[in-house]
Design a protein around this ligand. Structure first.
Ligand code: FAD
Ligand code: FES
Length: 283
């Protein structure tokens, strides 16, 4: 049997690019597989990531922003760091560019554990990407009946910084997901909520009974969201997040991403707060 080389990326092509925000530093890349066999071999689950290669430049880990139910393409929403080697190069790639994809990597959100339960999703800023994939997955007609009440609290700095604007509007029009979108500060056209995500979460006050929560956002949002969730009655095993660390191999071999005995690339990136509390204090 021929062993698959875990460092060898599969070939994809940029099929579509969506500029997500006013600052134009967040783009969603839709990647099409170069052949059908690669599409059928790439089985991933919500919450996983992949290493994206810009050939001749390098690779970097990015969460998969599309749903596993969409089998013919992958989407990644990437923030461009002006001094970032790969993200900057990726943002300069036009439609038609070949991109390498190594993965899927890491663990995933506990989709089976969430079946039969209510799911609360709390997202802030551009860390919303894998949560978006998870919402798409749960709302799919083949899956919606597996989950009870779905509640989303999602916020960004300003209306122009909200990701996936058309989809947010569609979700707001559905009656099988409770959607609470907020911005730190609105503009003259903004008719929605204003306020930080933790404050809006406290106002919405979703029940913690039979509920699992997925929370992804910048560290400051997580810091103020956790006490609110605790006040609402969520235990540390019912709060699940995804960690971002600098990575290299992405497969648990180089030791670049460890926290104590855990490798974020292999044992994560998805962890419960109970697991995070058991990690070394310096984290
Ligand atoms: C599991 C996982 C999922 C991720 N998902 C996404 C995603 O969906 N979308 C997205 O835009 N990004 C995501 N990231 C972050 C992304 O991997 C980094 O932004 C990327 O590696 C930067 O690469 P670069 O070559 O452009 O930057 P580099 O040239 O490596 O660095 C440029 C600058 O950015 C800083 N920097 C780079 N990466 C990080 C980091 N992880 N934390 C803090 N500072 C950093 C460096 O210190 C430096 O100042 C994810 C990271 C992980 C580990
Ligand atoms: S990135 Fe190499 S061990 Fe995690």
């Amino acid at each position: 049997m021929i062993m698959k080389n875990p460092y060898r990326p599969i070939l994809t092509t940029i099929e579509k690019i969506t500029i997500e925000n006013e600052a134009r530093d967040l783009k969603t890349f839709r990647l099409a597989f170069s052949d059908d066999s690669q599409a059928s071999d790439f089985h991933f689950q919500c919450g996983q990531f992949a290493e994206l290669t810009v050939f001749g430049v390098g690779e970097c880990p990015i969460g998969i922003a599309s749903s596993p139910m969409d089998e013919n393409f992958l989407e990644f929403t990437v923030k461009r760091y002006p001094d970032g080697l790969v993200t900057n190069a990726l943002h300069n790639c036009p439609v038609g560019t070949s991109i390498g994809v190594r993965g899927p990597l890491g663990n995933c959100f506990p989709m089976e554990r969430m079946e039969g339960k209510n799911v609360l999703i709390v997202g802030g800023g551009f860390a919303f990407t894998t949560l978006r994939a998870t919402i798409q997955y749960m709302l799919h007609e083949a899956n919606r009946a597996k989950y009870n009440d779905l509640t989303l609290v999602y916020g960004a700095r300003s209306p122009g910084e909200l990701l996936y604007k058309e989809e947010l509007e569609q979700w707001q029009g559905r009656n099988d997901i409770n959607t609470h979108i907020t911005v730190d500060k609105g503009d003259e056209n903004w008719k929605g909520k204003e306020g930080f995500v933790p404050a809006v979460l406290e106002q919405v006050a979703p029940s913690s009974k039979d509920t699992i929560t997925l929370v992804c956002g910048p560290p400051i949002m997580l810091k103020f969201t956790l006490p609110v969730l605790t006040k609402l009655g969520f235990g540390s095993d019912e709060i699940i997040t995804s960690l971002e660390m600098r990575m290299k191999c992405g497969i648990g071999l180089c030791g670049r991403c460890n926290i104590g005995s855990k490798y974020v690339c292999r044992d994560g990136p998805v962890f419960t707060y109970k697991q995070i509390q058991a990690l070394p204090a310096e984290f």
